[in-house]
Design a protein. Structure first.
Length: 415
């Protein structure tokens, strides 16, 4: 109970009990003051007003000025809370940008964009650089880049895991006498050139053992992974481009080899001849020449058989003792073919005129004939195949003029 209210109640009680104890307020009405009856009536009216409004306290004397708020605001200006309209609230710091945003803004390589999870920008880069129109074959490699660029660390029970981004070490750049570290970071990439080189070795072994389906699987994985590999040095760039050329040639050779199984005699002889013009390793080219020589000799195409026998005898490995039997057979085939000197089957093959293989029709495109190439793997096609999907890589459109394969990001080249 408030003291002010108790005083009011005391005065109300005194005013209301005057009639019981006797009224003495009219003793001085001769001096012109109010009479006791009038004073009683006035006091009764005031008491009713007190009873009606003063029971809960009067709020007319509240100090609602802003002076105190200004003082409090100055006193709390150094705290992490702010004051607006007389209420305190916590002002959270402004959130910064995640590292993935800088990966996309600083890099011109699609691998960094895939690692950041920006699939749309990565596909746009592939389309502009190598005219990629079918990206479904590289889905697994893209997922590998995305998952390999982050680490998830377990936290407290019933709490979400902590996600950490894995970035490459920034190379220090010398500036005068001091060393400064670049603030531009790029993600760690899970795809490496060394892994593809190991897969190429496995493809070589499968080709030697005539395991062509397994060899094709290795080579397709290599040629689909190359656009998603970013390297840091010029030597690695050269290795990557050489790896692309080797994969292309072997995939073309495997397609020619597969087509030989379902072709007629003349077509099979053509494909066997084209098979020997793929840029293969010397040991594998020796095997291709043996196959073509035997097919042509059995089909009595002695002109072609003599040509393959000569090329086979010119191979460096034929002088070794392990190839003595193959050398002897080639000499006998050459001798008998030169005696016969005829072909029973007319085929579209001119060994003296350089040519590249049309990867769609598997026909020769002789030197001087107009042709177009895949923007990525550089497979050759006739001009009427422009705008269609490459049969070798299965990723890019044929005949578009682009910058070609990008192996380094702009940040790496600038260092």
């Amino acid at each position: 109970i408030k003291v002010d209210d108790a005083d009011d109640d005391f005065h109300d009680a005194a005013g209301g009990a005057g009639s019981s104890w006797g009224a003495d307020d009219d003793l001085f009405d001769d001096e012109g003051g109010i009479t006791g009856a009038e004073e009683k009536k006035t006091a009764g009216k005031a008491g009713k007003e007190k009873a009606a409004g003063g029971g809960w306290g009067d709020d007319d004397d509240l100090d609602l000025s802003d002076d105190e708020d200004k003082v409090v605001g100055k006193a709390n200006s150094s705290s992490p809370t702010s004051k607006t309209g007389g209420f305190d609230y916590f002002a959270a710091p402004t959130a910064g940008n995640p590292p993935t945003s800088s990966w996309c803004s600083e890099s011109t390589h699609c691998a960094d964009h895939f690692a950041a999870g920006s699939v749309e920008s990565a596909i746009q880069l592939l389309n502009r650089q190598i005219a990629a129109v079918n990206v479904s074959p590289i889905k697994q490699q893209a997922l590998s880049l995305f998952l390999g660029s982050t680490a998830y660390l377990p936290g407290l029970p019933s709490m979400p895991v902590n996600r950490s981004y894995l970035v490459k070490d920034s190379a220090p750049a010398a500036t005068g006498t001091s060393k400064q570290t670049s603030t531009k970071t790029l993600p760690v990439l899970s795809l490496k050139v060394a892994v593809l080189l190991e897969q190429l070795k496995q493809a070589y072994r499968a080709f030697t053992n005539a395991q062509f389906a397994e060899c094709k699987e290795f080579l397709e994985n290599v040629i689909k992974s190359i656009p998603l590999i970013a390297v840091a040095t010029r030597s690695e760039t050269n290795d990557l481009k050489e790896l692309l050329d080797v994969s292309r040639e072997y995939l073309i050779a495997l397609r020619v080899k597969e087509a030989m199984a379902d072709a007629d005699t003349a077509r099979s002889l053509e494909l066997a001849a084209y098979f020997t013009h793929c840029n293969l390793q010397p040991a594998h080219l020796t095997l291709a020449l043996k196959t073509a020589m035997a097919s042509a000799f059995k089909s009595k195409n002695f002109v072609n058989a003599a040509s393959f026998a000569r090329r086979l005898l010119e191979m460096p490995d034929m002088s070794s003792e392990k190839n003595a039997d193959a050398r002897s057979k080639a000499q006998k085939v050459l001798q008998k073919s030169e005696q016969q000197g005829r072909n029973d089957f007319q085929i579209d093959y001119d060994e003296k005129n350089p040519f590249s293989i049309d990867c769609f029709r598997l026909k020769p495109i002789y030197k001087g004939t107009a042709s177009i190439k895949c923007s990525y793997c550089q497979s050759s096609y006739s001009v009427d195949y422009k705008g269609k999907l490459c049969q070798t890589c299965g990723i890019c459109s044929v005949g578009l003029d682009t910058v070609g394969l990008v192996t380094q990001s702009a940040v790496v080249r600038a260092k």
